[in-house]
Write a new protein. Structure first.
Length: 153
């Protein structure tokens, strides 16, 4: 149909996340090539869950504006809060960005693991609700204490 795409086949979108071909079609997340405000031309928002979540939150407001008949739509501005990576039972590492440290702050160990687990629980609560997440957490704590520890050597 002639959609404008970048080299990795993401749809090129305006700052309002509207496609360049049709203002009634919006794209966000991994399928959207959105210019990263404050960076040089051609630098797009990274295709991460963090950016997709921010884009989805903005699109909720945008759709409310459209239903209300407003013409001026908000523009997307990505804010990188950093990344956390859990490396199993070995360690967790992370890079926090922004107002906390005025730049970039590298964290690892117990603090990073606690932050990762907290974010994971918040994600579960958003998907399944508070009570389901709480019951799953308690069940895992009980199962972990009662399961057999098998040595294979």
């Amino acid at each position: 149909m002639g959609w404008k795409t970048n080299r990795i086949n993401q749809l090129v979108v305006k700052p309002t996340l509207q496609t360049t071909l049709d203002d009634n079609i919006f794209a966000f997340g991994d399928c959207a090539a959105c210019q990263w405000v404050g960076h040089s031309q051609g630098v797009t928002v990274p295709p991460r869950a963090q950016s997709a979540h921010q884009q989805a939150s903005m699109l909720v407001k945008t759709l409310k504006y459209r239903v209300a008949g407003k013409v001026d739509l908000p523009e997307f501005k990505y804010r990188d809060y950093g990344s956390l990576v859990n490396l199993g039972s070995y360690t967790t590492v992370g890079n926090l960005m922004g107002a906390l440290s005025g730049g970039s702050l590298f964290i690892e160990g117990l603090i990073a693991r606690t932050m990762y687990q907290s974010l994971y629980k918040l994600h579960l609560m958003a998907l399944h609700g508070f009570w389901s997440t709480a019951l799953q957490t308690v069940a895992r704590m009980i199962a972990k204490r009662t399961e057999a520890h098998v040595k294979l050597h």
